[in-house]
Write a protein that binds this ligand. Structure first.
Ligand code: GLU
Length: 429
């Protein structure tokens, strides 16, 4: 049997919302597939002088509510199916938080960790020349995603401005502060997720100080949310990165792990060398190395998948012990697993809500780029909190009214908003 693609998984969630909302055939057809797909190749010179080429994509899923919006991913598994899935999720996500954007995603199917800095720059600039005619502040606004950084966004804006001979501060978001970035954008995905957890804790009368948390993925989003939760008094019992993870029943210190990871490039590396947790304490507390798979099923209260997609499947869903899962990654739970978790009463805060803080502050950055005004960090934080809590309230209200999971409710809310705009624009009858 051919493997189920990431796109099919995302569309399973989308199509069940179409059915619940009784969309017409025309509506299903229009919202059931991407509007444009750029399926191309980036060719650039390696340091050796040889030419390299990699598949490169930009999928523009839907722009009913505003310019296409979504990040660019550099990953060996970022093939067209994955980029299509992520583009669809972006359309839903922007509608959940009610920001005036559609959905898109870009990707280069490459392992960027094998490239030098010069090669990475040449590849990123070439990518922009490939998609330049299809992007722009009013058309499609890219951003960072897995393995892409503020520096890469700066190269891309610079290349676009040179190629098109324009000044375009609102072309792309997630830029460095020195070149049109916004305060708070770097921590925004985690910050948004943290606001939701604080609210959920209030609603479910949970004390975050008593919560034991496991975080899979120690990139931008994962390391920052571990830090916010640690600062709020929660116990971070496990973290991991692509190389493996560590478990410490009495709690790990995310800031020290972050510093160590910056030095050594791996979470497990810091454990082996023993310079994050104090080694004596690690022994006392029985800190262990664990695999990424083990991390998902360890004993904890809150599980935060913050790495790649499809990590919780029908195989391991029954072994998950957490009562709350916050999806900071895009698509970490497969549809069958989602059903199993819902049946078991696990609260899943879905990706399209949980990690929407990133694109929300991207929206603030875009607004600042267009107006020329600069926002304070306090204003960013305040407005992010307001938007995240409003979206959470909208989703919970829909869930309660119709007896749905938070994911089903989020898709209902988002699809309803997109279709409403498509109707008033006269795209559908
Ligand atoms: N890549 C992030 C996401 O998946 C941010 C997208 C953006 O800021 O446009 O939500």
């Amino acid at each position: 049997m051919p493997a189920v693609t990431p796109y099919e998984r995302a569309m399973t969630f989308m199509r069940s919302a179409f059915d619940r909302l009784n969309l017409s055939e025309t509506e299903k057809d229009l919202l059931g597939k991407p509007q444009n797909i750029i399926n191309s190749t980036v060719r650039f010179k390696l340091d050796t002088g040889k030419e390299a080429s990699f598949p490169a994509y930009r999928v523009q899923y839907n722009n009913a509510r505003g310019p296409y919006k979504g990040g660019i991913r550099y990953h060996p598994e970022a093939d067209i199916e994955e980029v299509k899935a992520l583009a669809a999720l972006m359309a839903i996500k922007c509608a959940v938080v009610k920001i005036p954007f559609g959905g898109a995603k870009g990707g280069i199917q490459v392992d960027p960790k094998k490239l030098s800095k010069g090669e990475l720059e040449r590849m990123s600039r070439t990518y922009v020349t490939v998609i330049a005619d299809s992007i722009g502040p009013d058309i499609d606004v890219p951003a960072p995603d897995v393995n892409t950084t503020p520096q890469i966004m700066a190269w891309m804006r610079d290349e676009f401005e040179k190629t098109k001979k324009v000044y375009a501060p609102a072309l792309i978001t997630g830029k460095p502060l020195a070149y049109g970035g916004s305060l708070g954008r770097d921590k925004s995905t985690a910050r948004g997720g943290f606001f939701l957890l604080q609210e959920l804790a209030k609603i479910e009368a949970i004390n975050l100080e008593d919560a034991r948390v496991a975080v899979q993925g120690f990139g931008n989003a994962g390391s920052e949310i571990a830090t916010f939760l640690h600062d709020a008094g929660a116990t971070i019992v496990a973290v991991s990165d692509s190389q493996g993870g560590i478990y410490c029943k009495n709690g790990l210190d995310p800031i020290r792990i972050h510093k160590y990871k910056q030095k050594t490039g791996s979470v497990r590396g810091q454990y082996c060398k023993g310079s994050v947790c104090d080694i004596e304490r690690m022994k006392l507390d029985e800190t262990e190395t664990i695999s990424n798979e083990d991390l998902l099923t360890i004993d904890c209260d809150i599980l935060i998948p913050a790495a790649l997609d499809n990590v919780i499947t029908s195989k391991n869903a029954k072994d998950i012990k957490a009562k709350i899962i916050l999806e900071l990654a895009n698509g970490p739970i497969a549809p069958e697993a989602d059903e199993m978790l819902a049946k078991r009463g696990v609260t899943v805060v879905p990706d399209v809500l949980a990690n929407a803080g990133g694109v929300t502050v991207s929206y603030f950055e875009w607004v600042q780029g267009r107006s020329g005004n600069r926002w304070t960090a306090d204003r960013v934080d305040h407005d992010l909190r307001r938007i995240m809590l409003q979206a959470f309230d909208d989703v919970r209200t829909e869930a309660r009214r119709k007896g749905l999971s938070l994911r089903e409710a989020a898709f209902n809310v988002a699809v309803g908003r997109i279709i409403e705009t498509m109707r008033v624009r006269g795209w559908v009858g």
